[in-house]
Structure formats: C-alpha cells, structure tokens
Design a protein around this ligand. Structure first.
Ligand code: TYM
Length: 332
C-alpha cells in the first residue's frame, strides 16, 4: 500500500511564493508517488473573522491556484476542509486530550497573540488540534509543509500517540513533515522580516497572481543596506533574503554573477533587484495565465470540489468510525 500524504493551505488570500516553494512544489511531485489528500483549510481561516463573501471568494481562489500550479484532481484528492464534517468531529474528540498548557506554549499561538491582541479566540488556541485532525483523519504518514509548520507536526504526533495510548489502539501512525529536498523550506519576505507570509506587512509577499508591474514595484522596494565594506563580507539578514529569493527563481549563473559582485564589493542592489523582479515575473507567468483561464470555469470548479469531497469523506469516515469505537462511542 502506498503511504498516505495530507496537506493544506489556509484560505486567507492568494497563494504566494512561500506557499509554492514550502508546500505546493512538493504536492505536485508527491501526487504521482503517494496517495495524496490536498485541501483548503477554510475552518482555520475563521480565526481571523473574514466576511462571508471574502471567505467564499478566497476558497475558490485557492482551489483555482492549486489547479493552476499543476495539482491534478485525477491524481490527488482535492477538497475543501469544511466539506468533511468528520474533521470537525475528530477535532472535538482530540480536544478532550489536548492540554491548555501545551497549547499556550505553541509558538504560532504566541505569535498570534502579538499580531491580533484584540481577538485571541479559542480557535487560535486549539489551531494545532484542528490541524492534527486534518492529518490524522486520513491516517497520514507524510505532510509536505514549510519550516514554520514543524512544531504543529510535532503536536499532531503527540495527539495521535496520546490517543493510541489512552484507548489501546494503533489507529494513528506518526505523521512527519516532508520535503523532497530533505530540509524544510523557509522563504524570506521582501520587507526584511524573516518570512514571506500573508499576515506580514503589505509588500512582503509575491503572489502567484501578481501582475508584472506589481512584482516590479514590490521587489524594487525590498529592504537592502548600503553595501559591503570589505571583500567576502558575511551578509546581513536582509541581504541574505534577497539572495535566497534569487536562488529560488533565477538561474545558477545569475546567482553566481551577483555573489561575485557582492564578494568584490561591486554590487549594485538596484541592478540585482531588477534582475530578481524579471526572473520572478518569468517564473510566475505560466501560473498567472492559468489562474485567469480557470477562474472563469465555475462548472469545472464545482465538479472538482464535489468529487474531491466525496473521495475524501470515504477515507475520513472510515477513520472516524474506528476512533469513535476505540473511545467507547458505540451503538446500543
Ligand atoms: P499556511 O496557509 O500559512 O501556509 C501553507 C503552506 O505554505 C507554507 N509556507 C511557507 N513555506 C516556506 N516559506 C514561507 N515563507 C512560507 N509561508 C507559508 C506553510 O509551511 C504551509 O505548508 N496551518 C497551516 C495549514 C494547514 C495544514 C493542515 C497544513 C491546516 N491544516 C494540515 C498541513 C496539514 C497553515 O496555516 O499554512
């Protein structure tokens, strides 16, 4: 039997290069090698209270962008999280054995407290439990994610193992974060902050759907410094970020050219950013074209989401049945 793969992306907006290199690039290859379940995490996005119209539009946008990136609904099961009531039920069951102390210590919870101090809701605290339910519901082995999700995977293993121990079962295998390159990826943002992300500042992320003009503007505004003052000087973080982004989208020759300029103190960041912007435009062009074409095909989107939900529910309901039985929720 092939190993099971599960992963998802929150429906909080358009997909960016961090999502692509951290997750989707692996999805595309994994879908032909494993039994894959890829979904859109719309329950998770409720922690930030989107309007109903925005929520609906964003779910559609992520599905369209999944397809534009090359996810194949005939190879992988593509679905929307809220189409599987089994996930919500497993979340409830797992919550009974998740302790407030361990949830409060989670790094992503501490970050959120800082980002949205006026909206520290229960969904944020139990976010890792819902994520564990997403993964455990298909009894996954591998979870392709970026580096920022590593701690959530550790918690998914904790909750799965705890369930197995408590109820004397081997229902849940241990899920591990996965990347073909072996190292989990962290794509930096353009504003000098560590990570490219939707919740970071405006201009920090390059979205797959950004127009060439928008990409040029964002990249030209990226933070740099006044340049190296000695040969082969170690790069400060903001400069490392620009080089890391170039490594992802540019040719090795281009990267080597600017490395050499940096090491010999001849670098002009304006030239480097111009080149980076053009390479990002080239890299994202095929996605952009497909996104625009697919977004118009409502009937196809409906068909894919319905078929995905049906397939995913088959696997989810089998797991939930066993989980309920193990706990002692049995029919009289
Ligand atoms: P989300 O929606 O923030 O991001 C989706 C995926 O993109 C990766 N990613 C990055 N990778 C590298 N560098 C970056 N700058 C970067 N930004 C985002 C994330 O690591 C992730 O793989 N909680 C998850 C969604 C989720 C999930 C799941 C994932 C819900 N349930 C079950 C896997 C399995 C999240 O918020 O990802």
């Amino acid at each position: 039997m092939k190993e099971i793969v599960v992963s998802g992306i929150r429906s909080t907006g358009n997909l960016h290069l961090g999502n692509y290199f951290g997750a989707i690039k692996n999805f595309i290859r994994m879908q032909h090698e494993y039994t894959c379940y890829f979904f859109i995490a719309d329950y998770h996005s409720l922690t930030t209270h989107p309007t109903p119209a925005d929520l609906h539009m964003n779910v559609k946008q992520v599905l369209v962008e999944y397809l534009a990136c090359g996810l194949d609904p005939d190879a992988a099961t593509l679905y929307i999280q809220s189409d599987l009531p089994e996930i919500a039920e497993l979340y409830l069951l797992l919550n009974m054995n998740a302790y407030v102390g361990e949830l409060e210590r989670c790094t992503s919870f501490k970050d959120k407290i800082r980002q949205q101090p006026d909206n520290i809701n229960g969904g944020l605290l139990t976010y890792p439990v819902l994520m564990a339910a997403d993964i455990l519901i298909h009894r996954a082995h591998k979870v392709p994610v970026g580096k920022d999700q590593e701690q959530h995977l550790e918690m998914a293993r904790t909750f799965g193992n705890r369930f197995n121990r408590l109820y004397h079962t081997e229902l849940f295998p241990e899920p591990y974060a996965f990347n073909y390159g072996t190292q989990l990826v962290k794509v930096p943002g353009l504003d000098g902050s560590g990570k490219m992300g939707k919740s970071e500042g405006e201009g920090n992320a390059i979205f797959l759907s950004d127009s060439p003009d928008v990409i040029r503007k964002k990249v030209m505004r990226a933070v740099t410094d006044s340049g190296p003052t000695s040969e082969h000087q170690a790069k400060p973080d903001v400069i490392k970020n620009i080089f890391s982004l170039m490594e992802l989208v540019s040719s090795p020759e281009t990267l080597a050219f600017f490395e050499e300029k940096y090491n010999t103190m001849q670098i002009r960041y304006g030239d480097m950013k111009k080149q980076l912007a053009e390479d990002m435009i080239l890299f994202t062009a095929p996605f952009r074209e497909k996104i625009n074409a697919l977004a118009r095909d409502e009937a196809e989107i409906h068909k894919i989401a319905s078929k995905g939900a049906e397939k995913a529910r088959e696997s989810a309901s089998a797991t939930l049945k066993e989980a309920r039985h193990a706990i002692g929720i049995r029919r009289f």
